[in-house]
Design a protein around this ligand. Structure first.
Ligand code: CDP
Ligand code: CDP
Length: 223
């Protein structure tokens, strides 16, 4: 069996930042499952579908091919061969991704794709349902959390650093809280800590401190 490290948690808890560093240090493949749900959302928006129309989005799924390529500072993401790395981070996609990702057919197709990737390579995979649904047999499961206020502040600073137009701190906090609620309350594989996951509260911790804590958890789990 391949090695599987699952990192779940709410928006802006630091999952992708930490998962990417840990994967590089272990020489594992990093899989950003949030990017996949964002890609489906972008595809539906580009096709001008009514995002409340679950059937129309389900029909779109066979026409969606999502691939990744190495890139700095973030992995490159492609939709049917077209690069969408920046496009999937738009406010419009962020506002709608929790609606689209709640559809059962979307989750089935994405879960299969994620399981196929993890069956071929050792992975560090981040998302919301990796430890519970996608890779229930993962050798290591970590659930990263941080206060909503700190997560909004992290996103605010990130937007500023990227030179992106950013919503106010209060709006970012409200948007994150809304997404937390939707992701945790949907019927199919909601955001939830797996019973055997180790929770790590990263509030007040630097990236380096979180990486060290996660690597210590991995070392203990694999001993
Ligand atoms: O980076 P950020 O925390 O903003 O979110 P993301 O990891 O890019 O995920 C975007 C959205 O995709 C989440 O808010 C969820 O609605 C959905 N998602 C999911 O449902 N299941 C996953 N395994 C990963 C993401
Ligand atoms: O993937 P997820 O949405 O959980 O979070 P992320 O995109 O990895 O992190 C959101 C922002 O918080 C990024 O700008 C990170 O650099 C930052 N961050 C931080 O300041 N301190 C941490 N301990 C972890 C992440």
């Amino acid at each position: 069996m391949t090695m599987q490290i699952a990192i779940d948690g709410p928006a802006s808890a630091g999952k992708s930042t930490i998962a990417k560093i840990v994967a590089a240090n272990l020489n594992y493949v990093y899989v950003d499952t949030g990017a996949m749900y964002r890609a489906v959302t972008l595809a539906a928006l580009e096709t001008q579908l009514d995002l409340n129309d679950e059937q129309a989005i389900t029909k779109l799924l066979p026409n969606i091919d999502i691939t990744f390529a190495p890139g700095e500072p973030v992995q490159k993401v492609f939709l049917n061969g077209q690069e969408i790395t920046a496009a999937i981070r738009s406010t419009k996609v962020t506002e709608n991704v929790s609606l689209v990702s709640a559809y059962a057919a979307v989750r089935t197709v994405m879960t299969e794709l994620q399981q196929t990737i993890a069956s071929k390579d050792n992975v560090v995979m981040d998302g919301r349902d990796i430890g519970t649904t996608v890779l229930p047999q993962a050798q290591v499961k970590i659930f990263l959390i941080a206060s909503v206020a700190e997560r909004a502040e992290r996103r605010y600073k990130e937007n500023q650093a990227k030179g992106m137009q950013t919503s106010s701190l209060a709006d970012l906090e409200a948007a994150i809280a809304k997404r937390d609620y939707l992701d945790s309350h949907r019927a199919v594989s909601p955001l939830k800590k797996a019973a055997d996951a180790i929770e790590l509260d990263t509030t007040g911790l630097t990236i380096q401190e979180v990486v060290a804590a996660v690597e210590a958890i991995i070392a203990t789990a694999l001993k």
